[in-house]
Write a protein that binds this ligand. Structure first.
Ligand code: ADP
Length: 311
């Protein structure tokens, strides 16, 4: 089956085990957990047995090794992930507040990931892969942006397909990023926004108009993620909805990436949109029941069994 490629950040997450407003007192943590939205996505694709690879850069430290070991164990081709001597892998400290919101401290500005450069392994993956999944963060990072735009051209010139998950918030938007996003959307076959992200890309005020506008711009299929309210699939003249499964949410980070990895995997392997949505909805629900963003990615058997276990 067709090999899936993603490009983007790899980091670790270290999570406070008590709830509260931040890090101003000494407190217990759990981690490091492998993380980075594209890394979680591709780990989910690998676990489902779809051939896949990631282009990224980590430091030659244990945080980098932890991620590479996990991805390799889950059948992700890591030949395009550079381990840079003397550099560090990014990290994020996270603490949940009582209301479910999160406080972050990021250590990513000078991490190895920002200095990605082409090499022969990366060139080979660009030739080999037939599907590219991009995330907005790859476009907003100066070190990854050029590679991301180049990868779209490479994949498309071989007749491949592109999926795009914006993973962006309104306050991250700049005019340059807007221009790049327009260029990416023009090449996107499958668009996977969540919630209000839909409105970062159109001036429409309601969902129906926004979806139609995007379909009219040439995106063939749109999957809208709605958190604990499930998800919807749209294509010209078609719409399917799924309600979310009722689960105990332990850690919402990574749900959208696990959902996306599952959807793309089934979609590429010939499943109908309904079937892909069905499995992605389970992957997202299962993901939130695990502490740690990448801990809740699923094998096919885990997806099949989850509904029985959850009841
Ligand atoms: P993102 O992480 O990109 O914001 P969402 O939070 O919308 O994405 O989650 C993606 C999908 O995961 C949802 O569409 C849904 O299928 C599933 N999901 C997320 N949160 C829950 C939840 N609390 N209960 C059940 N399913 C969930």
């Amino acid at each position: 089956s067709q090999k899936v490629l993603t490009i983007g950040e790899i980091l670790v997450e270290i999570v406070a085990t008590t709830k509260g407003n931040g890090f101003l007192e000494i407190q217990p943590f759990i981690g490091p957990f492998p993380s980075g939205a594209p890394a979680i996505f591709i780990d989910q694709v690998g676990k489902l047995g779809t051939p896949c690879a990631m282009i990224s850069r980590v430091g030659d430290d244990d945080f980098g090794r932890l991620n590479l070991n996990r991805l390799a164990a889950d059948h992700v081709d890591i030949s395009g992930i550079v381990m840079a001597k003397g550099e560090t892998t990014g990290s994020a400290f996270i603490r949940y507040r009582e209301d479910g919101s999160r406080k972050f401290v990021f250590n990513i500005a000078n991490s190895a990931c920002g200095k990605l450069e082409e090499n022969s392994e990366i060139e080979q993956l660009l030739q080999q892969c037939r599907h590219l999944h991009l995330m907005g963060t790859a476009l907003s990072s100066p070190g990854l942006n050029k590679m991301a735009l180049k990868a779209i051209q490479a994949i498309k010139s071989h007749g491949g397909t592109v999926s795009f998950d914006p993973n962006l918030r309104a306050e991250m938007m700049t005019p340059t990023l807007h221009a790049d996003l327009d260029a990416v959307l023009a090449q996107t076959d499958l668009f996977l926004p969540s919630g209000d992200e839909l409105f970062l890309f159109t001036r429409a005020k309601d969902e129906h108009t926004a979806i139609n506008e995007l379909l009219n711009r040439g995106i063939r299929e749109i999957v809208l993620k709605r958190g604990h309210q499930g998800a919807s699939y749209f294509a010209e003249g078609k719409r399917f909805d799924v309600a979310a499964h009722s689960v105990t949410e332990l850690d919402p980070t990574g749900a959208g990436d696990s959902f996306g990895g599952a959807f793309v995997s089934f979609w590429l392997n010939g499943s109908s949109p309904q079937e892909a949505l069905y499995y992605a909805n389970i992957a997202g629900a299962r993901a939130v029941t695990f502490l740690g963003p990448m801990e809740g990615t699923s094998t096919r058997v885990e997806l099949e069994q989850f509904l029985n276990v959850a009841k």
